[in-house]
Design a protein around this ligand. Structure first.
Ligand SMILES: [Mg+2]
Length: 412
């Protein structure tokens, strides 16, 4: 967890900033003077500093100067706070080396976004620094162990470059995996899944490449492409004999925070003339637990548009039930880990049953993923699960194969 140091002579400002930042899950420390700040930073360097400009004694410019001129503390990002909104104050602050500037009174979302962005930059900078330190060490040692790490790093770098290329060359495709209603056996919807055939290598698992897209900052544009493709496909089916289908798309937490997911979805639905209820977004439990308040607000806007919302991989992310009630949701997808041994492991069976009951008591539908056997199906039916998805029904399919499969299902 990141530690933020707040330096401000006014008690109310310190209290307010602490409350806002702790609410977003950060650990905070606060001091009232520049002198105390320098002493504390020397002892335990924080991950980021919020620094008031006007303070009795040492002012914010002086503190920033000290920190930025010391190589040991120069990398700690500084956000300057000032009641002065004149450009000259801003320029002086930036001249001392501060990374950002916020005017008082502090606006909650702006504060949080600036803090978050700076912390991400710092993590990246730290990684680069560690990386070059490691390379230097490897050159010195030239041992077998470090040589292996070197190969690993090169492979990662190679993969990053290949992914950048994949984005510009449009190498991604979508496959669709059907879901079935357990009450009437009908196909109830599809999950759109991102596929990447790496030229010369074959299929790369999204579990491998999605985190790298997130790290490279490319997930927002790729995620937007996924939603666009899904909407276009719904529109095409609507005009064909197949008819419109409910499609769920997986959305990364980064799309909620860095991109304007809500505006993107609104625009893409309008462009393709798709009614919002045909689209569902799936978010993992852990991405909902980051920046909870902002996420709830975004999801409420999405829900108000009529788009459905699902929690993916539910049951492993330790979300509190109190939070769950606050999210506007339609669907809980039971984590595949509980389905795998649902017929042989009584604990997994109990958890799966509990999640289904929980979903129903909150007025949500429960979907089981990764269903592969008739025994699992029988269990889920008996437990009152609403929908299933998995190889027992169908693997994810490319569009043409899926359309054939749908026609077969309907006996056309
Ligand atoms: Mg999913």
């Amino acid at each position: 967890m990141a530690t933020l140091l707040i330096v401000d002579d006014e008690l109310q400002v310190r209290k307010l900033l602490e409350t806002l930042l702790q609410y977003e899950g950060y650990h905070t420390q606060s001091v009232a003077t520049g002198e105390e700040a320098l002493a504390l930073v020397a002892e335990q360097p924080p991950d980021l500093i919020l620094l008031d400009i006007m303070m009795p004694g040492m002012d914010g410019y002086e503190v920033a100067n000290h920190l930025k001129n010391n190589p040991a503390t120069a990398n700690i990002p500084i956000i300057m706070l000032s009641a002065l909104s004149e450009p000259s104050a801003r320029v002086s602050g930036l001249q001392t080396g501060a990374e950002e500037f916020i005017s008082k009174p502090v606006e909650r979302v702006e504060l949080w976004l600036r803090v978050r962005n700076l912390l991400r930059l710092k993590t990246y900078g730290d990684q680069l620094k560690n990386h070059s330190l490691m390379l230097e060490q490897q050159l010195r040692e030239r041992g077998t162990e470090t040589a292996k790490m070197n190969v690993h790093d090169l492979a990662r770098l190679d993969l990053e470059n290949a992914l950048r290329q994949a984005v510009t060359a449009g190498e991604f495709t979508l496959h669709y995996q059907p879901k079935q209603s357990l009450s009437n056996g009908r196909v109830s919807g599809l999950e759109a899944l991102l596929r990447w055939e790496r030229p010369g290598y074959g299929t790369v698992s999204p579990a491998v490449f999605v985190p790298i897209l997130e790290h490279l900052g490319l997930i927002v544009s790729v995620g937007r492409w996924v939603i666009e493709q899904a909407c276009r496909q719904i529109a095409l089916w609507q005009r064909s004999g197949i008819g419109a289908m409910e499609v769920s798309v997986n959305v990364s937490g980064h799309q909620l925070i860095e991109g304007d997911l809500i505006a993107d979805i609104g625009r893409l639905l309008a462009q393709t003339s798709v009614e919002p209820h045909w689209l569902e977004v799936e978010l993992t439990e852990s991405s909902l637990m980051d920046n909870t308040q902002h996420t709830i607000t975004s999801l409420q806007r999405l829900r108000a548009m009529g788009v459905k919302i699902a929690i993916d991989d539910f049951g492993t992310g330790y979300s509190s039930l109190a939070y769950l009630r606050r999210f506007p949701l339609d669907t809980l997808k039971i984590d595949i880990a509980f389905i795998r041994e649902v017929t042989s492991n009584p604990q997994d069976a109990a958890i799966a049953r509990t999640i289904i009951e929980l979903a129903h008591s909150l007025g949500l539908r429960a979907v089981a993923e990764g269903v592969e056997t008739a025994e699992q199906l029988a269990f889920l039916k008996q437990a009152g699960c609403d929908q299933l998805q998995g190889y027992l029904l169908s693997p994810p399919l490319p569009v043409a194969a899926l359309e054939r499969w749908l026609r077969d299902q309907r006996g056309l």
